[in-house]
Design a protein. Structure first.
Length: 302
């Protein structure tokens, strides 16, 4: 096992996210032709993924361990995780992180940076939508970002957006650049890489809740690494302290995985299911899930 790995309750190992080292004020290089923006491992993107992993927002445990939360709970978990991250300036990230735009507009963010003698601060905001140079909040005024926002902006919101801010010569805060990550909802910050993944996650969560009624704990996890979202979900099944099954679901985008198989169940070499919009919409994915869970239950004396 790699150094720094921790064992999750489902038995899967997860590598501890690295600390923030430095966030540049300049934009990263643009993506190469044909390369999706969210695949670019920019410093700001890595910082957001690291924070989400530390806060466990890429894991959906069984209902007994974490039921659906409120927006404030999701944000509080990220702020708590930010307290474990040390910036190169010596400040803890939580000291220079705001989860509401109010302090940006009323001057509190700028005043704190000046008093702390900090070169930069951060906004972590829930956005309804994101444009290349603006964070959109619905009825509230958009927040303009000077050098632009990275990430897959074509995905529908909501997005979790990390902005790096500085103070200009007049003492006013300026949002310099940002990174946006699409998430399932305002009550569940699980990152998603395609629009249909939200619906597929709903199906997985509904199945998780049904299994909970039968004493089976189901955990859904998506790895967050330095290169961004893993193109897979891992589903761990436990009964009390015993692991009774582990499933892997490959999401669209992996090289070498067919979009669909002859029976609507394109499989990777290790038996993972290749999930596509087609085999989700017509029910084949849910049927596969039920069949595999039934096999695991039978193998464990159920």
């Amino acid at each position: 096992m790699q150094e720094g790995a921790t064992i999750m309750q489902d038995g899967f190992a997860r590598i501890s996210a690295p600390e923030f080292l430095s966030i540049s004020l300049d934009n990263a290089l643009p993506p190469l032709p044909g390369e999706k923006p969210e695949r670019i491992a920019s410093d700001l993107g890595r910082g957001l993924w690291s924070l989400m992993a530390r806060a466990g927002r890429n894991v959906l445990p069984g209902p007994a361990h974490r039921s659906e939360l409120a927006l404030t709970d999701e944000l509080d978990a990220l702020v708590e995780a930010a307290g474990q991250v040390v910036l190169t300036s010596g400040h803890r990230l939580s000291e220079l992180l705001w989860t509401r735009s109010g302090p940006y507009w009323n001057g509190a963010l700028a005043r704190t940076l000046i008093l702390q003698q900090a070169r930069q601060g951060f906004l972590l905001l829930l956005a309804q939508a994101v444009a290349p140079r603006a964070v959109l909040f619905g009825h509230a005024s958009p927040l303009v970002v000077e050098l632009g926002i990275e990430g897959d902006l074509d995905l529908p919101g909501p997005h979790l957006v990390l902005l790096v801010c500085t103070v200009d010569p007049t003492g006013k805060a300026v949002a310099r650049r940002g990174y946006a990550q699409a998430i399932k909802s305002a009550r569940c910050f699980m990152p998603v890489g395609a629009a249909f993944e939200r619906d597929a996650l709903e199906a997985l969560i509904a199945l998780r809740d049904k299994l909970d009624c039968h004493g089976v704990d189901c955990m859904i996890m998506r790895d967050l690494g330095e290169d961004g979202l893993a193109r897979q979900w891992k589903v761990g099944l436990r009964r009390e302290e015993t692991i009774i099954g582990q499933l892997r679901i490959v999401l669209p985008g992996d090289a070498g995985i067919a979009e669909d198989g002859e029976m609507g169940a394109a499989m990777a070499e290790d038996g993972a299911y290749a999930l596509t919009p087609a085999n989700f919409e017509d029910g084949r994915f849910v049927a596969w899930l039920e069949r595999e869970i039934g096999k695991n239950g039978a193998a464990n004396g159920e």
